[in-house]
Design a protein around this ligand. Structure first.
Ligand code: ZN
Ligand code: ZN
Length: 301
């Protein structure tokens, strides 16, 4: 599994950074978080195929996060996307997309399901739990927490061999079912499995000042994706405009006991001195990384 950063800039595109969009690539699916203008152009220089995208999560309806959606979804149809596309987003996303597609005469050859989310709700999507919390951005904005299912532990082959249980179909049954029978005796499968592996936990936040919703979403995640629009020197400015500094993002990661922090939504004003954001974040939280466009980060699980 990996995050692939399609756009890591704040507000408007620069030559170095396009506006917001992040892909989550999994062997079984491709998801997008936000879809700023020209996201489909960025995809042309990436391994991401529009028709493979099955779900899009929109954090909020500011233009730098959604103006790429109509273009992307119509191109997905032109490139023979025929499967369901599900879009999660704040109230208003359905009205905006329906009107845009209708007025521009855009016809999709695939079903489009638009789900308007609410804070505190949990949704099931393609085998993952998606939990939504409100953020604080002087505008309706959400963050998403993604949790994979716990995986069963490995077979304890030595214990099975001691009972004389041969490898083969029975081993498969032990992994899949709660009990199994061998030579007339019923056994509990769990007694022959190692420690279960916890499911992956990720949080992708939209634009926000530091807030309780961020900490709840990021609690003990493997990877937290957080905005870092500004450096320390602009902290007051960040707060006034509903944004965070890199250091504030790191403080959230630390409080939530996240394992890794990926910083995105970077203001173009730091083009020649971006590393200072990473330095400032690392003073608080060592595992902080400043993302660039077309950077990918492999995630376990
Ligand atoms: Zn933004
Ligand atoms: Zn915004």
């Amino acid at each position: 599994m990996e995050f692939y950063f399609l756009g890591t800039g704040a507000g408007m595109p620069s030559k170095q950074r396009n506006v917001s969009s992040i892909a989550l690539l999994h062997p079984k699916m491709t998801w997008l978080f936000d879809c700023g203008e020209a996201t489909q152009h960025q995809m042309l220089h990436s391994p991401i195929k529009p028709r493979k995208v099955s779900t899009i999560f929109i954090t909020h309806l500011h233009g730098d996060h959604i103006f790429g959606l109509p273009g992307f979804i119509s191109t997905r149809a032109a490139l023979e996307g025929t499967t369901l596309l599900t879009i999660f987003g704040p109230k208003g996303i359905k009205e905006w997309l329906d009107a845009t597609l209708r007025i521009t005469g855009t016809y999709l050859r695939y079903p489009l399901d638009i789900i308007e989310v609410e804070a505190g709700q949990t949704y099931e999507q393609e085998g993952f739990q998606i939990h939504v919390e409100a953020l604080e951005h002087r505008f309706l904005a959400y963050g998403y927490r993604i949790e994979g299912q716990e995986e069963k532990g490995a077979l304890r082959v030595e214990a099975l061999k001691q009972l004389g249980i041969p490898s083969g179909p029975l081993y498969r049954q032990i992994k899949q079912e709660e009990t199994f029978r061998f030579e007339g005796i019923e056994y509990r499968s769990i007694d022959f499995l190692g420690e279960p592996k916890p499911g992956i936990k990720l949080a992708v936040l939209g634009d926000t000042v530091p807030c309780d919703g961020s900490i709840r979403l990021a609690q003990e995640v493997d990877v937290l994706v957080h905005e870092a629009t500004f450096a320390d020197s602009e902290q007051d400015h960040a707060g006034r405009f509903g944004h965070s500094t890199a250091r504030q993002a790191a403080e959230i990661a630390l409080k939530a006991q996240a394992k890794k922090l990926l910083l995105t939504h970077i203001s173009a004003r730091y083009v020649d001195q971006e590393q200072r954001l990473e330095v400032e974040a690392r003073e608080v939280f060592e595992e902080s990384y400043l993302m660039t466009d077309h950077q990918s980060v492999v995630i376990k699980g």
